[in-house]
Design a binder for this molecule. Structure first.
Ligand SMILES: [Zn+2]
Length: 181
């Protein structure tokens, strides 16, 4: 942390630890938009990828993922706000890249001091996030097999409906003929 009062334009170090949004090739269909699922009877079914799918818009081939960032970044002070409470000056500094507002507690004089803080903050965050990422891919694959089952069942039911309605229509035509004849 930095105790002294900084000025606009001062260059210091900021521990950038957290997540940022990154576009990544879909890790289930790898950009093919479809995947092949082999059923228990060895029949292979091609189905749209639901891992990168967006409902009726279909699969996109990529996913937007939150990626971990953990590094010491050199930043310059772009703005500052000073509040005086009793006789204590509380200062907030505005950074542009990343665009955040911080206090002296989040800033460091040297890259080395900042790197120590990066390690400390990173260890605290990483465990929980790794866990949630793994479970997302697993549930997509489970969803794919469910989708295949669902669409096959729907198609089978619709085919049966078509057959039923076709037959009813034929019967009706036959009756009409009988009546006319
Ligand atoms: Zn995909």
């Amino acid at each position: 942390m930095i105790d002294r009062e900084l000025k606009i334009g001062d260059k210091v170090w900021y521990p950038a630890v957290g997540t940022r949004l990154v576009r990544e090739d879909c890790q289930v269909c790898f950009g093919n938009l479809r995947v092949v699922v082999r059923l228990g009877n060895n029949i292979e079914v091609s189905t749209p990828c639901s891992h990168c799918g967006r409902g009726y818009e279909g699969s996109s081939g990529y996913t937007n993922n939150w990626e971990r960032v953990a590094r010491a970044e050199q930043v310059s002070i772009a703005g500052m706000t000073v509040r005086v409470r009793s006789d204590k000056r509380e200062i907030e500094y505005a950074l542009l890249a990343p665009c955040v507002t911080v206090t002296g507690e989040d800033l460091f004089e040297t890259e080395e001091l900042c790197a120590i803080e990066v390690t400390k903050r990173n260890e605290a965050q990483s465990d929980a996030e790794d866990c949630s990422r793994k479970s997302s891919k697993k549930s997509s694959i489970e969803k794919l097999t469910w989708n295949v089952g669902y669409h096959q069942r729907e198609a089978r039911e619709l085919r049966a409906k078509i057959a039923y309605h076709d037959e009813r229509a034929l019967v009706l035509k036959a009756r009409n003929k009988e009546i006319k004849g």
